[in-house]
Design a binder for this molecule. Structure first.
Ligand code: KIV
Ligand code: ZN
Length: 510
């Protein structure tokens, strides 16, 4: 029997800590349902004490997911733990993940606490969390830069207090693979009660070593890896789930364990997260990049055609390339449409919403003959507006002609008011943004504008991502349409709505 490697996905928590990657409650539920179908063991749904919005999102995920453990993050303080416990009340299986920093630099400068106080608080937090669930995880933040002797003392104390998982974070992505593996081995050997817990790791990618460090830890006894889809996460991100899972699966001759992930869901998960967050995947990204299975050189192509394994260590179809089923075309009925949405984990709130979505689907099918799952996800993201969406695009005319100055006219709903503006610009998108800004007068700085096609072909929907920055707040917005000028306008307004809503959230580690 091989050991089971627990996959703990933190896309919805650490992933969401990437600047601009915030997700709505509906989006989080959609991703969580996909992770559940994929066989992820633990889904960290968020940090409930961050804001009411985060609390509601964790609660919605806890209520929706049945087959994975749903986890909420909490600092090692009672109020945070209470929020997490309340948010997770509806979960089939709940976990509270509590943490406190243990490195000298964090204890002295951030917490201003002595090592003894840190141990005391950690133990209190575990005992408090156990009122809500037996499934309590503890993380000594910045373990990668903590003193080994102190780390052993803290971990022994929290295990005695009832922690079931101890997670060793390389919070700043500082360690080297051999060193990190040795750290896990040493902790397991030196802590007297270490056999009572699962050792977990949580590696950041600041030096590009998150996956290597995690795998080294697995070789030294870690049996849970915390990771995210596409490696999303704070700064340079976390270990990429798809890389961890496929490394362990492809090298079963090397690793003493395996996961229970259905790998055919990996590429759809990557596309879903990328579409929702607006963080594109680089073409040469392992497993999920567009080029990951493309052979360019003649020698490689020849080799692959003669015998696939010459240059391929994995099969594209095993990770879900080509799994985006063709949805019925413009003659499809409502029932077929509804059931495909259901298969994708998309549950619309009302019959009225289903009708609206069905009409949008028919419109799209008129413009684009083949509709794929990604198109449906984009359609839903576009249509399911949150209450904070105060500004909406009502209509847009954009004109571009060789030799003429591009021009745009927009009509925008500002709450219940209709606002009109027009402008010239260097191109139709520029003219549109200038016209929108005449209405919003936002003062926001446009930091990023990117266009990707959701599927292939010139009739594909274009997905536009916009990043705006104002007074230190960074938000991403995205919009999709077969007309990229319309998609651009939607993306701009979606970002601006987030700035306008002024939702403030606490950051767990600050
Ligand atoms: O990177 C980190 O240390 C974390 C902890 C909260 C686990 O995200
Ligand atoms: Zn982290």
């Amino acid at each position: 029997m091989r050991d089971h490697l627990i996959i703990f996905d933190t896309t919805l928590r650490d992933g969401e800590q990437s600047p601009g990657a915030s997700m709505t409650k509906e989006e989080k539920v959609r991703i969580a349902r996909h992770l559940e179908r994929m066989g992820v063991d633990v889904i960290e749904a968020g940090f409930p004490a961050a804001s009411n919005g985060d609390f509601e999102a964790v609660k919605a995920v806890a209520d929706a997911v049945k087959d994975s453990v749903v986890c909420g993050l909490a600092r090692a303080i009672e109020t945070d733990i209470n929020r997490a416990g309340e948010a997770l009340r509806g979960a089939n299986a709940a976990r509270i993940h509590t943490f406190i920093a243990t490195s000298p630099i964090h204890m002295k400068n951030k917490l201003r606490m002595s090592p003894e106080q840190v141990i005391e608080q950690a133990v209190k937090a575990i005992k408090w969390a156990r009122q809500y669930t037996d499934n309590v995880e503890f993380s000594p933040e910045d373990a990668g830069r903590s003193e080994i002797g102190f780390l052993c003392r803290v971990l022994e104390a929290v295990i005695d207090a009832g922690a079931k998982t101890v997670n060793i974070p390389d919070t700043v992505g500082y360690t080297m693979p051999e060193q990190f593996g040795l750290l896990i081995r040493t902790l397991r050997e030196r802590i007297p009660n270490s056999d009572r817990v699962i050792f977990s790791v949580h590696c950041h990618n600041d030096l590009g070593l998150a996956v290597a460090n995690s795998l080294s830890a697995v070789m030294n006894g870690a049996r849970q890896v915390e990771c995210t889809i596409n490696g999303l996460g704070e700064r340079a991100g976390n270990a990429a789930l798809e890389e961890i899972v496929m490394a362990v699966r492809t090298r079963q001759d090397y690793f003493p364990c395996d996961t229970r992930i259905d790998t055919t869901h990996i590429v759809p998960a990557s596309k879903l997260v990328s579409g929702i967050t607006g963080f594109p995947v680089q073409p040469n990204k392992a497993i999920v990049g567009a080029n990951a299975f493309a052979h360019e050189s003649g020698i490689h192509q020849d080799g692959v055609l003669k015998h696939r394994e010459t240059y391929e260590i994995m099969r594209a179809e095993d990770v879900g390339w080509g799994a985006n089923k063709l949805l019925l075309g413009k003659h499809s009925g409502r029932n077929a449409f509804r059931s495909r949405l259901k298969e994708l984990g998309i549950e619309l709130e009302s019959e009225e919403m289903l009708n609206t979505m069905f009409m949008r689907f028919k419109d799209l099918a008129d413009k684009k003959h083949e509709i794929f799952d990604e198109d449906l996800h984009a359609l839903v993201s576009d249509e399911v507006h949150t209450p904070e969406e105060h500004f909406r695009l009502l209509s847009l005319v954009a004109h571009s002609e060789t030799g003429e100055v591009p021009f745009a006219r927009v009509v925008i709903a500002d709450g219940s008011n209709e606002c009109h503006a027009e402008s010239e610009g260097s191109g139709p998108v520029d003219a549109t943004y200038r016209a929108i800004e005449k209405i919003l007068n936002s003062g926001a700085e446009l930091q990023l504008f990117s266009v990707n096609n959701i599927t292939s072909g010139t009739d594909a929907q274009g997905e536009v991502t916009v990043r705006l920055q104002k007074s230190g707040r960074i938000v991403n917005g995205h919009g999709a349409d077969t007309d990229i000028v319309v998609a651009s306008a939607k993306a701009y307004l979606s970002a601006y709505n987030k700035l306008y809503s002024k939702l403030e959230r606490a950051h767990p580690q600050v």
